[in-house]
Design a protein around this ligand. Structure first.
Ligand SMILES: Nc1ncnc2c1ncn2[C@@H]1O[C@H](COP(=O)(O)OP(=O)(O)OP(=O)(O)O)[C@@H](O)[C@H]1O
Ligand SMILES: [Mg+2]
Length: 180
């Protein structure tokens, strides 16, 4: 165990592009010699967080579980890429302090564009009152105040967004190539 891994934590509204960008970033970090694991909020909810709903406490617990797994991976030289709405600043701050080597990436797609994308049809359902506790509609999203990296998905394609994250990681001094 060398403790050189670090966590790339993507936060943003539903349909902002977190999962899509994470999937493009994964091979880029693998090319640098890293083991990489994607921790996607939806996937974790199928297993580890299957017991949780979408209220504030449940979302905080969900984020705390993901942060724990990310910490264990990172300390074993695996890079966890987290794709999680993680709407609360407090959850992200806790993840940061628990994991230590932590890079917050704000996928900053405006809500109007997210609603247009509406990959899972949830904005439409929430607007119609068929879904409750939808982040951005009747649940808050607390915009990150000082993320290490921001991604503008209006201006950049998914592949360009992943490349932008990689360039920013390098510029900030993170080892995008695994040290020997
Ligand atoms: N630059 C971009 N980066 C990422 N996605 C983009 C970009 N431009 C357009 N898109 C499109 O936006 C959609 C984003 O959906 P995605 O499932 O990745 O969002 P998400 O943030 O993971 O949402 P959720 O929180 O609901 O899981 C996709 O259909 C994707 O093709
Ligand atoms: Mg997703």
């Amino acid at each position: 165990m060398t403790n050189r891994g670090f966590c790339v934590w993507l936060t943003g509204l539903p349909s902002a592009g977190k999962t899509t960008i994470a999937k493009h970033l994964l091979p880029l970090l693998r090319q640098g010699g890293w083991e990489v694991e994607l921790l996607d909020g939806d996937e974790v909810r199928k297993g580890l967080s299957a017991d949780l709903g979408f209220g504030r406490e449940a979302r905080e617990t969900h984020a705390a579980r993901v942060a724990y797994v990310a910490k264990v991976l990172a300390r074993n030289d695996v890079i966890p890429i987290v794709a999680l709405i993680s709407p609360y600043a407090s959850s992200r701050a806790r993840a940061r302090s628990e994991i230590g080597r932590f890079v917050e990436v704000y996928v900053s797609t405006p809500i109007g564009e997210c609603e247009k994308r509406d990959v899972k049809g949830l904005y439409q359902k929430a607007r119609a009152g068929l879904v409750k506790e939808m982040t951005g509609v009747d649940d808050p999203y607390e915009v990150p105040e000082a993320p290490e990296i921001r991604v503008d998905t209006i201006r950049l394609s998914p592949a360009e967004s992943a490349q932008h994250i990689l360039s920013e990681l390098e510029r900030l001094g993170w080892p995008i190539r695994k040290p020997e």
